[in-house]
Design a protein around this ligand. Structure first.
Ligand code: NAP
Length: 511
């Protein structure tokens, strides 16, 4: 992808003074999008930030015109020029393709880190008021089950591949540690399910441990994701930065938003190597569209993240402070907040709230100012550097093919299937085990597993005993597949490899 060298434009004023004006792509979006985007833009302009907005389209209207991506070419070109996007929510209208324009934008520009700050806001009643919640969830945004690689193995067995890479993990974890440095945060907690998914979630956990050694001034610890959810609800103020894989992050970041007031207040940034996209967490809330009642705080706070990203720290702090003053003093209360406080009559319009924030620019909240960054625009933080050490497994070069997991669909009962596959396995392979949904059923393990007629059949080279010892050739595996598929429907094959003598695959329950 080609990116213009500098997303700035030099403006010469009448008095001859030059000023660089930052270009930003502005996508109003659908439903309440245009209202919240207009609010944020007015506030940024009132704060005097020199931005040249490139208004661009994406979402429902684009789908309706027949563009199946929801993101027209001109919008993509604008983003390639500006590299920074402030956007309203986008709808995927029913019946217009299945890919959301939001996901398309994230994938087009590889925004690998989804960052959601969750901070207690004054004047926003929650169960945790007074506890001082101030945490950030950093979620990997490209991989995991969201790679979208799904297959039907049989009409009744579906599979989704969970892809975790060292590179993807390192980028997002490094992002989290750099964020801790910039904001003076003390701890980066990795939250994973490494106890169950030892290879995928385990890789993420290991990379976090490896990178921690490069950021010694920041504490690094690990929590199992379910305990992280439990701890978040029990005592959220113990957290600082949580970094996690995509699905875990999806759930836990919504949970964290809920702790500090919910969708009207939840801001986010999606950061890539080249492009960053800032948006509220909420959707297009169509029932409130054009009614001038929606709470624009989430998008205003997302635009504050954007300003820090482009190095406009002073303006970012001023705007965030103005929002805090407005909430703290309860001067303008949008409908959602008025409902929480039990006084719906007191509700202010979106426009009224925006004007209150503008009038508070330059004031500081009594309860303490914003958490500022350390003066390094995020856009210049090096993110491409990968750990030079790499993995021990890669460095070893000792990598062998030791067998294959053949997944098949059959009506043959497992006590007959086992001996039959033994006969089909030939001299170079043997049947190590057969599992039903990950539980060993052959040789019998004593564990109960309902028979669904779909099995994982593990063939390994003789002499391989879970240690990945001896090798087999691709041809021998392919010949085995030929023999097995004459008798049963093969639905999937996974090659079994060992790395540095360690198996690159997990054992079945009971194996
Ligand atoms: P939603 O638009 O977020 O709205 C759900 C409810 O949340 C609203 O009815 C309202 O609750 C509350 N809410 C949302 N934003 C608020 C705000 N700024 N201030 C106060 N309350 C707010 O979720 P949805 O109805 O599930 O989704 C609608 C459309 O948006 C869908 O097409 C979806 O695909 C899309 N969407 C887009 C994005 C994105 O672009 N990033 C994200 C999520 C969803 P009450 O009814 O209680 O007042």
């Amino acid at each position: 992808m080609h990116f213009a060298s500098e997303p700035y434009e030099r403006h010469v004023h009448e008095n001859g003074q030059q000023r660089d004006v930052r270009r930003v792509t502005l996508i109003p979006g659908d439903g309440v999008g245009p209202e919240v985007v207009r609010s944020a833009r007015r506030i940024i302009e009132a704060a005097g930030v020199p931005i040249e907005w490139e208004e661009a389209e994406a979402g429902a209207e684009v789908f309706r015109r027949g563009d199946t991506s929801g993101v027209p070419r001109e919008t993509q070109e604008s983003i390639e020029r500006t590299r920074v996007v402030l956007k309203g929510p986008l709808e995927t209208p029913v019946g217009y393709g299945e890919k959301s324009a939001n996901v398309t934008l994230r994938k087009l520009f590889e925004t690998y880190a989804n960052v959601r700050p969750c901070r207690e806001l004054p004047g926003v009643p929650t169960r945790y008021a007074g506890e001082g919640i101030d945490l950030v969830v950093v979620r990997e945004n490209m991989e995991d089950l969201y790679a979208g690689i799904e297959h039907l193995q049989t009409p009744d067995v579906a599979q989704c591949l969970k892809i975790i890479t060292r590179r993807g993990s390192e980028k997002v974890i490094r992002y989290a540690f750099e964020l801790a440095r910039r904001e003076g945060r003390r701890r980066v907690t990795a939250a994973t399910k490494a106890n169950i998914m030892k290879l995928t979630e385990g890789l993420f956990k290991r990379v976090h441990e490896e990178l921690a050694a490069e950021y010694r001034e920041v504490e690094a610890d690990h929590l199992i994701i379910d305990n992280a959810a439990h701890q978040l609800v029990k005592d959220p103020s113990q957290f600082d930065i949580i970094v996690t894989t995509n699905l875990n992050g999806d759930i836990i970041s919504d949970l964290a938003s809920g702790l500090v007031g919910g969708l009207g207040f939840a801001s986010s940034g999606n950061y890539g190597d080249d492009v960053a996209i800032f948006e509220a967490v909420h959707g297009s809330a169509p029932k409130y569209a054009s009614k001038d009642v929606i709470n624009p705080t989430a998008l205003i706070l997302s635009s504050v993240l954007m300003l820090r990203h482009i190095g406009e720290f002073e303006a970012a702090d001023r705007i965030e402070d103005a929002v805090l003053v407005t909430l703290e003093e309860g001067q303008a209360v949008t409908q959602d907040l008025a409902r929480l406080s039990g006084d719906v009559e007191a509700a202010t319009s979106t426009t009224g709230y925006t004007e209150a924030v503008i009038s508070n620019l330059g004031r500081h909240p009594a309860g303490g100012s914003v958490r500022s960054s350390a003066g390094i625009p995020e856009a210049v933080v090096p993110r491409r550097t990968m750990t030079s050490a790499g993995s021990a497994r890669e460095a070893s070069g000792d990598r062998k093919l030791v067998g294959a997991d053949v997944f098949l669909e059959t009506d043959v009962a497992v006590d007959e299937l086992g001996p039959e596959l033994e006969r089909l396995s030939g001299d170079s392979l043997r049947v190590a085990m057969i599992s039903s949904r990950g539980t060993r059923v052959y040789p019998p393990s004593g564990l109960r597993a309902e028979d669904i007629g779909w099995y994982q059949c593990r063939f390994v080279a003789p002499g391989t005993n879970g240690d990945g010892g001896s090798a087999v050739s691709d041809r021998e595996v392919l010949e085995l597949l030929g023999r097995v598929s004459e008798r049963h429907r093969v639905t999937q094959v996974e090659m079994l490899q060992s790395f540095n003598g360690e198996p690159g695959y997990t054992r079945a329950q009971g194996e």
